[in-house]
Design a protein around this ligand. Structure first.
Ligand SMILES: C[S@@+](CC[C@H](N)C(=O)[O-])C[C@H]1O[C@@H](n2cnc3c(N)ncnc32)[C@H](O)[C@@H]1O
Length: 249
């Protein structure tokens, strides 16, 4: 018999366990959402035709900069994968920290940064479990392209707590997530049903109103579908994602 729950963090860890079939990290701790082993395998073969393996930044991120909605400062790329947005921001004058659950992804991102001759401070681990000293902030920009929608519902609590801790006053969150509805992607099961099924079904779909409600402590600057970008473009764009820019008041 075990009686392990004492703190809120214990509750969150217990709920992680419901989705934990593949998510035990090397240090024995459970990672949140899809697990480290899953993502390590995902990034092992760099030649796979995965859309976001291209070394191109999100079209909306480039648009925010070009329109003057954001300006160079300190940035955190949350769930950076192979680093395409982190690289772009560093090249555009940001001082970039980047974190990913997968050391295999981070090794690839480090190779890309070396080749491009840009300096980025990489970390690997569960962004929501790293010691506070590893992600100190304050960041003028937190970029999350495709990490948030892989988290189980209860980890939104950890996500918002991280934002609260590291986002500068007046700083921005640039988020892309699976879009619910026509032409979208991701699971449309209710939060409650995800726990009943104990399956995140490859990522969660969000409506604009669900994003507005979850990030209601922030001010919406823009929320739209990502624009499709042709293969010859220097930018990445697929239409099954929302792109959102929120500002901390
Ligand atoms: C769909 S991929 C997107 C990667 C990258 N942002 C891009 O757009 O190319 C989602 C990424 O989130 C990372 N991730 C998931 N949960 C995480 C967590 N708890 N902490 C840090 N990274 C996480 C995964 O390892 C994966 O690389």
């Amino acid at each position: 018999m075990d009686r392990t729950v004492r703190t809120v963090e214990d509750v969150l860890a217990l709920l992680d366990g419901l989705f934990a079939s593949e998510s035990e990290g090397a240090d024995g701790r459970l990672a949140t959402g899809d697990g480290k082993d899953f993502w390590d395998r995902f990034y092992t073969d760099r030649t796979r035709p995965v859309p976001f393996f291209v070394a191109k930044p999100d079209e909306n991120l480039a648009a925010y900069l070009d329109q003057g909605l954001i300006a160079p400062g300190r940035a955190l790329d949350l769930g950076c994968g192979a680093g395409r947005n982190a690289l772009y921001l560093a090249a555009r004058g940001f001082e970039v920290d980047a974190v990913d659950l997968s050391p295999v992804a981070v090794a690839w991102a480090e190779d890309r940064a070396r080749e491009a001759g840009v300096g980025i401070r990489f970390r690997w681990g569960d962004a929501f479990a790293l010691p506070a000293a590893e992600l100190t902030g304050p960041y003028d920009l937190v970029v999350d392209s495709g990490c948030f929608h892989h988290l189980p519902p209860h980890r939104r609590v950890s996500y918002l707590a991280l934002l609260d801790r590291v986002l500068a006053r007046g700083g921005h969150l640039a988020l892309t997530s699976f879009a619910a509805g026509e032409g979208g992607m991701g699971s449309q099961r209710s939060d409650a049903d995800l726990y009943r099924e104990r399956d995140l079904e490859g990522g969660l779909a969000y409506t604009p109103d669900s994003l507005r409600s979850i990030f209601s402590d922030l001010i919406e600057v823009e929320l739209r579908r990502m624009r499709a970008m042709p293969p010859e473009s220097a930018l990445f764009g697929v239409t099954f994602l929302w792109t959102a820019l929120f500002r901390a008041g």
